[in-house]
Design a protein around this ligand. Sequence first.
Ligand SMILES: Cc1cc2nc3c(=O)[nH]c(=O)nc-3n(C[C@H](O)[C@H](O)[C@H](O)COP(=O)(O)OP(=O)(O)OC[C@H]3O[C@@H](n4cnc5c(N)ncnc54)[C@H](O)[C@@H]3O)c2cc1C
Length: 376
Amino acid sequence: MKKIAIIGAGIAGLTLANFIKKFTDYEFIVYERDENLSFEHGYGIQLSTNSMKILNQISFSKINHQKIFHPKKIDLYNIQIKKICELNLSKFNSNEIKYTTLQRSTLIEFLKEDVYTQHLRFGKKIKSVSELKNKVLIKFDDNTNDLVDYVIGADGIFSNTRSFFEKEKTVPKFKKAIAVRVMLNSTSDLNINDEHISLILGGNSHIVLYPISKKKQFNMVCIIRCKRYDPENTEQLIQEIVLKQNPNLKKIFDNEIKILPLYFTSKILPSTNKKVFYIGDAFNGFLPTLAQGAGQSIESAFEIFKLLKKNRLDKENNYFENRLKRVKIVRNRSNLNFFVFHFSSSIMQIIRNIILKFLVRRKFFIKIFLGKVYKN
Ligand SMILES: Cc1cc2nc3c(=O)[nH]c(=O)nc-3n(C[C@H](O)[C@H](O)[C@H](O)COP(=O)(O)OP(=O)(O)OC[C@H]3O[C@@H](n4cnc5c(N)ncnc54)[C@H](O)[C@@H]3O)c2cc1C
């Protein structure tokens, strides 16, 4: 029986592990660098219908429904919380497959359930790799090793797996922006509909706020453009860029904040080894402005699983070409959103808002811009 090493226990690696476990007889181990899984309690994630459709095949629909939320709309506001327009998400839903928001930890808990005891190894970092009898010998820095038929790099945007198998280096680029994340128990002071996703557009910044369970918990992400990543300077940045435009937003930054610099993959390179494949952020890291990073991690894991199931992973396959096509569709839209969400000139903002109001009512636009992503 063929053996697979999955490097990295994030959303991509764990999704693939679940599919292999549920539907195939392949042997596999997920090797995680850290000593435990990253639960990042509280912080949220949006999963659109393209990823929900895949997750439901590993019984995600059976999850406790109190722990997830199905927002029906995205409400777009200007930074003064004046509504610009709304976008109906429920038109992409079916009875079983719905746009879903939840805590990241809820998703990881679910994905770990069936693979934790037998298939996950912690504290594993690759030391060297070599080819042996048509297989790949992986040596880890704790002096253990594994001889496998396939290696799946699922170790995130700064993939270390790539550095062992690829000569050409791809270094993720800093997008000159940070994400500030906060958990909230209420949005009542903001005068927004707290059952929808709120997208608040300001100069050089935007805010996304959404419920992550039925229990009035909310995730807030504020993206702020800045030249350098200087975590010490975050409060000043929030003050000078966001609160200067609307001081009433201060209360949404009152709870503990977590800061992340935003990186993206600048050049998507194929695997040069027929036994090695990259999924999730290790294939391509997106900007978060279409909320598709995890969705694409799930999709790419599912594509690898389908090839494994048909026993076609080491035969001629189009994994890279097909994934690249898909990534380009998502990447172009994420990048366009990033550009459009942050206009600082008030004239540009007015023009943008008029165009947005026009476009959200046009079926053809919704079908091309979002339908192509959500209805994979
Ligand atoms: C602010 C923000 C908001 C976001 N919101 C959304 C959203 O709403 N919806 C959405 O779909 N996406 C969202 N994303 C993107 C999404 O979180 C990522 O795209 C997704 O988590 C990537 O999953 P992954 O498994 O590929 O990589 P990761 O989550 O990075 O997991 C990689 C794993 O590999 C491990 N690892 C790293 N190096 C090694 C090594 N050398 N050896 C072994 N293991 C290693 C890591 O510890 C980790 O467990 C957001 C991103 C940001 C920054």
